[in-house]
Structure formats: structure tokens, C-alpha cells
Design a protein around this ligand. Structure first.
Ligand code: XMP
Length: 230
């Protein structure tokens, strides 16, 4: 069993596969080497049955982060309705947008999650270039909302390490930082950790490889070197 990995694998299935079989193959090959998995709409909209999520979450092992990324952005009670079935099937971390604000929004969701041994992750900046068009102007405000809500973690982009450094400076150790944007989006494995992130969310670089296990092993090695120096 490998402890201490900072990799969260984004399970976004390609076209033309049975999505659950595809996910299970990757999970079985990598689960002893990663911190967790993230599922999102590309998987969820292709499920035949929500019951399949139980099979998937059981395959992930008990102590993995099992993240559902619907990038929720609604009023509190609607977000609660959306997460309930995933909690029922064993998922325990949920990504929501921070721009919706705390009162009657994130606070309702966060309270519900805490009551159900689940945790909130908020988005404060995104990995694509469009994030600079609006979100990045208000990162500080979004962090304030996230911290006031009591979010367990925040998402900040590996593609802009300066944002990660800003986020870390601002929140200290009050929340984890999870960073996507590695591989096809441009960042290299280890870039986000070096800037202060706790986890790197990595999808296609691992899942579209002919040998996902080998790629995960190589990324873990890269991650260990900056971590040792830090
Ligand atoms: P790739 O294949 O590019 O997948 O490694 C990245 C995964 O991360 C998600 N993603 C984001 N999620 N904020 C988020 O909350 C972001 O800025 C962001 N950028 C990418 C994406 O949905 C995919 O699952």
C-alpha cells in the first residue's frame, strides 16, 4: 500500500466506452497509488443507473477522497438535493462554486455535508484562460467566502502557480488546495505542489495513457522530490 500520494485522478471517460467498466479498470490499476478520484458530469450523464456509483465507490477503497465535481452553483436546498444521492452511494467530497456566496447558499450545503461526514470544496479560480476574465479579479473575495463557509478545500489552477501562491498565503492551513490543469492544459506534474497546493487533480495524462499505473508511479516520484525539498 502506497501512502502519501498527492494525486487525485479525474475519471472523465472518453466517447464510446462503457463508462463504469472504464472507470473500474483505472481504479483497480491505480487505487493503491493515489489519494483519490474525482467524478463529474462527463461520467454522471452517461450512467445507466445511479446504483453503479456504489460499485465504483466501493472499488475506490474506504480512505480515498471520493470527489463529485458538479461545480454546484445554486441555492442551498437545491444543492443539497443534488448531493444526497452521491452521499448515499459513498461519495464524500463535493465541489461547488464560491461566487454564489455563503448565506442561504454554501452555508446550507456545508452544514448538510458536515452532518453526513462529507466535505465541501469550493472553486476560487479556474485552470482555463477564461478565468482571468472575471474570477481572478475577485479571488480574494472568493477565498473569504470559502473560509467563512468553512470549506475543507479550494480549487486553484496548476496553470497559474502565482494564484496558488496567493491562495496559500491568504488561507494558510485553513483549507486544502486542489489543483487541476496538468498535462493537456499545460502545467507539469509537481508545479502546483511546488507553489503550495496539497493535491494535483490529473485526468487525461493518466487515464488516456496505455499504462495508467506506470504514469501514476512516475508522477508520484516527481511529487516526492519537491515535497522532500519542501
Ligand atoms: P485533465 O484531463 O485536463 O482534467 O487533467 C482536469 C479535470 O479537472 C477539472 N477541472 C477543474 N475543476 N476547477 C475545477 O473545479 C477548475 O478550474 C478545473 N479545471 C479543470 C475538469 O473538469 C477535469 O475533470
Amino acid at each position: 500500500m502506497y501512502y502519501g500520494s498527492r494525486i487525485i485522478v479525474a475519471l472523465d471517460p472518453p466517447d464510446g466506452v462503457n463508462v463504469i467498466d472504464w472507470c473500474l479498470n483505472i481504479v483497480r490499476e491505480t487505487r493503491d497509488l493515489v489519494a483519490g478520484y474525482k467524478i463529474g458530469l462527463p461520467l454522471v450523464v452517461r450512467l445507466n443507473s445511479m446504483e453503479d456509483l456504489s460499485i465504483l465507490s466501493k472499488a475506490m477503497d474506504g480512505d480515498r477522497l471520493k470527489i463529485v465535481d458538479l461545480k454546484l452553483a445554486d441555492i442551498g436546498n437545491i444543492m443539497v438535493s443534488a448531493v444526497k444521492p452521491f452521499i448515499h452511494h459513498g461519495f464524500n467530497y463535493f465541489i461547488a462554486h464560491s461566487f454564489i456566496g455563503c448565506r442561504d447558499g454554501l452555508d446550507v450545503l456545508n452544514s448538510f455535508l458536515r452532518e453526513n461526514n462529507a466535505w465541501l470544496i469550493t472553486v476560487v479560480s479556474m485552470s482555463h484562460r477564461g478565468s482571468v476574465e472575471a474570477m481572478d479579479d475577485v479571488v480574494e473575495k472568493l477565498l473569504e467566502i470559502s473560509v467563512n463557509t468553512g470549506a475543507w478545500g479550494v480549487v486553484a489552477p496548476a496553470t497559474r502557480p502565482e494564484i496558488i501562491r496567493f491562495v496559500r498565503k491568504h488561507i494558510g492551513s485553513r483549507a486544502k488546495i486542489l489543483s487541476p490543469g496538468i498535462g493537456p492544459q499545460g502545467a507539469r506534474p509537481g508545479d502546483a505542489l511546488m507553489a503550495g497546493a496539497d493535491y494535483e487533480i490529473i485526468g487525461r495524462m493518466i487515464t488516456r495513457s496505455s499504462d495508467p499505473r506506470h504514469v501514476v508511479e512516475e508522477i508520484n516520484k516527481i511529487h516526492e522530490s519537491p515535497l522532500r525539498e519542501g
